[in-house]
Design a protein around this ligand. Sequence first.
Ligand code: PAF
Length: 281
Amino acid sequence: MEKTTSVKETRQIIKDWKKQGLSIGFVPTMGFLHEGHQSLIQRSVSENDRAVVSIFVNPMQFGPTEDLATYPRDKARDLFICESCDADLVFLPETSELYPAGFCTFADMTVLTTELCGKTRPNHFRGVCTIVNKLFNIITPDRAYFGRKDAQQLAVITRMALDFNTDIEIIGCEIIRESDGLAKSSRNNYLSPDERKAACVLSRSLQAGRVLLESGEKDPRVLIAAIKDIISNEPLASIDYVEIVKADSIQKVDRIEDPVLVAIAVYIGKTRLIDNFVFHV
Ligand code: PAF
C-alpha cells in the first residue's frame, strides 16, 4: 500500500494506473476509521482494479462552535485498517496542501441543503461539496463510495456529480450498525458509557417510525410526533431535528406517498449523532 501527502505525487500514481487502463475506486474519509468505512473500502477493492482512500479532517465543513479541534484522529490505526482492507493508496494531505494561502473558490449547493443538517449546520455542505470536488479532481476515480448514514450528504454529492458533469459513479452503501442498533460513527467515540447506552434511542425511535409506516400511516406529523416522543423520554437526549423529506429532493412532504427519508439528528450529551432510513411506499 502506498501513502502520499502531496497532490503531485498522488496524481503521478493515478496517471500511471490510468496508463495501464486500471479502474479506480475512491473512499473519501475524515479518518478514525470504523467498520462502516471498512465496508466502503472493501467494496471499492472488490469492484475496482485499484482502491484509493483519503484521510483528511476538512476544516471547511465544521462550524465555528463544532468539534474540529477534538475530532478523533489515529493515523497509525487508520493506516493499519486500510492495509488490512487491501487498499492500494492512502492520500493523507495536510490542510495547507489542499487549502493553500489565497484559496477562495467554493462549490456550493441550493435546494438539497435547505433542510435537515443543511438547516442546523450552515455552510457544512459548502465545505463538503468543495472538498469532495477537489478530491474528485485529484483522484479522478471511476467510482466513489459513501455511507447512507449521511443520507443528505449522499444526495448532495450525487446531485453535485450530475450538475458538474463529473464522470464518476456515486455509490451509496448500507449503514453498518453496532449489535444494539447504534449506527457506526467516529463520533460514537465521544460517548461516556451512560451516553453510549442512551444513544440507542436513535435507532429505537426510527424503528418505531418504520413500524408506523408499515402499518399504513401517511401523515408525516403523526410519525414525527411518535419519534420525538420516544427520544424525549431519554433524559440524556435532546432533539436537533426529526424530519421526513422526499428521498431524492430532500424537501419536506405533506403526505407520505413517494419514497421518503426519515432522518433524525439528536444530541446525546454534547455529541450530535444522526441516523435515518428510507421508506419505499
Ligand atoms: O463523510 C465524511 O467523512 C466527509 O464528509 C467527507 C465526505 C470525507 C468529506 O470531508
